[in-house]
Design a protein around this ligand. Sequence first.
Ligand SMILES: Cc1cc2nc3c(=O)[nH]c(=O)nc-3n(C[C@H](O)[C@H](O)[C@H](O)COP(=O)(O)OP(=O)(O)OC[C@H]3O[C@@H](n4cnc5c(N)ncnc54)[C@H](O)[C@@H]3O)c2cc1C
Length: 273
Amino acid sequence: MDELTGMFAEYKEDASIIAGGSDLLPDLRARLIDPDYVIDAKGIDEMSELSYDEEEGLTIGATVPLKELAESDIVKERFKPLWSSVNQLADPVIRNRATLTGNVCTSSPAGDSPPSLLVLDAEINAVSQSGERKIPIRDFFTGVKRNSLGADELVKSIHIPTPPDSAEGDYLKWTRTRGEDLSLVGVAALATDPKSGSLRIALSSIAPTPMYVPEAEGILKEEKTLNEKIGRAVQVVREKISPITDVRCSEDYRFYMAGVLTKRLLEKILEEK
Ligand SMILES: Cc1cc2nc3c(=O)[nH]c(=O)nc-3n(C[C@H](O)[C@H](O)[C@H](O)COP(=O)(O)OP(=O)(O)OC[C@H]3O[C@@H](n4cnc5c(N)ncnc54)[C@H](O)[C@@H]3O)c2cc1C
């Protein structure tokens, strides 16, 4: 780890770190980036561990492949939004190599894991020669494919606290085709308690960055029927997002589907609980 942080201290933006390479290699081939050094972090023990403890939560080393998360019973049972998003990310071949950290560090507005990490209150453990720094995921994304890592910093792991036993959550992704495609819209939600807990909602592909919707947090506590609460959440989401038209679909379609997906997801996690 010291050698790795030392290289980043010396080369800074002249170096790129490679995890699974499923974003980095296409960018290199397309000459979108041209680093002098590509540094492989796989094989560093501190970065390759996946560990869970009820008290401590889930720690996902930066080089843990998505396959391990997709096949983990703990992730499925206790961190459902993450499990769902990872299982809808790319395909099994990509998931054998690609990592959660790579998905987060690419910081695409269309990434599948960021909405789930936002509702699960994840923390990025960044490291440099000056030491370690914890970055709340809600402060991590700063623009299209931009994040708050310094030029000499890299991600060591991602940490997620264990949600309460009463929590219910999931992630829904809307794509053009069944199978491998980036999201037209993605929505993650987690209710700390489906009856009157805090409601966390986050979306992808609807703004320059993955977006958390703090205005939804108090909705389940309001004196309303479940249908009215879900309707209010859809309204809050639509007020907040600023989708664009691109090669995948129009602004209007994204705006409409963000509401539809939010409604479907909340009906799924809140009804009959
Ligand atoms: C065919 C195909 C389909 C895809 N489908 C999807 C999809 O459905 N949904 C989706 O969200 N994405 C998709 N992707 C994008 C990609 O697979 C994911 O973003 C993946 O999680 C990237 O992980 P990686 O380990 O391969 O990252 P890499 O390519 O190794 O790295 C990605 C970026 O993160 C940086 N990085 C890696 N590790 C660190 C670290 N420890 N510290 C700091 N920076 C680091 C790299 O320098 C690079 O800038 C797809 C890609 C392909 C090729």
